[in-house]
Unconditional design. Structure first.
Length: 293
């Protein structure tokens, strides 16, 4: 019991991590900004670790992990037997590209919802490369070459690419010697997509062919991978976005070579957006979640 930090230190840490502003945290707690600083130093001394990484109150890796435990503990203390505490919700509107959402974001999102149960996410689809969405949003995940002049941004995911096809297609049109020659490429149907142009692969392998102008074309990574499973041909897939198809055996990698993709995923927002604690919390959380992966 002697190792449990004082409750006022824990509530101060939670408020400062959420608001990312010592003055606002002090106002919420009805103390002075100096008291906030003293409490954080006391808590860090008791824990023997730094909770904040920088002067803008971004959480360190230990701080982010500890915040989950602190929030869970504080929420438990608010519960009265026979009575459920009311939770004030804050809406965060997020636009995200489809395959990134399904393969990368959603499997991790339960961790954010657990850490910030008062944040209600409203999600919509953003069209990759075109930066188009149906409604206004607070944060947007864009896919393209970047950088973008109209927003503030951070690159959150870069990837490599290589050719894959279904086992059935490989049996019919293979075998291939790493799929790195013009002869092998010319034997198959190439599935096209502006999201991952074949010119990237051709240039890396020294293949003197233009970008294909015929064949099935898709503007979503998930759709073009499903088309490859259905036997449409060979597709150039991103390593991380295509991992589920490859790990399950639905698609087979044709070459040990992987080439850097010219496209990246960026988390974007309008200037001033991160003054809202829920937006800043999501940005910090997503960067940490992807770095851990």
């Amino acid at each position: 019991m002697r190792r449990i930090p004082p409750i006022h230190c824990l509530t101060t840490f939670e408020a400062l991590a959420r608001l990312r502003n010592a003055t606002q945290a002090a106002e919420e707690l009805s103390v002075t900004p100096s008291a906030v600083s003293h409490r954080i130093r006391q808590l860090e001394s008791l824990l023997g670790t730094k909770l904040f990484a920088r002067g803008d109150f971004s959480l360190s890796a230990d701080g982010a992990a500890y915040l989950v435990h602190v929030r869970t503990g504080l929420q438990a203390l608010q519960k009265v037997p026979g009575r459920e505490p009311a939770i004030d919700t804050t809406t965060l509107r997020l636009a995200v590209t489809p395959t990134f959402s399904r393969q990368i974001l959603l499997p991790k999102l339960a961790l954010f919802r657990h850490a910030y149960p008062e944040v209600e996410l409203v999600m919509q689809v953003a069209i990759p490369l075109r930066d188009v969405k149906a409604e206004e949003c607070d944060l947007e995940i864009r896919y393209g070459t970047g950088p973008y002049a109209d927003v503030e941004q951070v690159r959150i995911l870069s990837d490599t690419a290589y050719p894959v096809c279904s086992p059935e297609y490989l049996n019919e049109f293979g075998p291939f010697q790493h799929f790195e020659t013009a002869e092998e490429v010319s034997r198959v149907h190439l599935i096209r997509s502006p999201l991952e142009p074949w010119s990237t692969w051709f240039k890396a392998c020294g293949i003197d062919l233009p970008e294909p102008r015929e064949g099935a074309q898709f503007n979503d990574v998930g759709l073009m991978l499903d088309a490859a499973v259905a036997g449409f041909g060979v597709v150039l897939t991103r390593h991380q976005l295509g991992a589920a198809w490859i790990d399950s055996g639905r698609l087979i990698r044709l070459s040990p070579r992987a080439v850097p993709s010219p496209h990246h995923h960026y988390l974007c927002w309008k200037p001033g957006t991160l003054e809202r604690w829920e937006c800043a919390a999501f940005v910090d959380w997503l960067k940490g979640a992807l770095q851990a992966t």
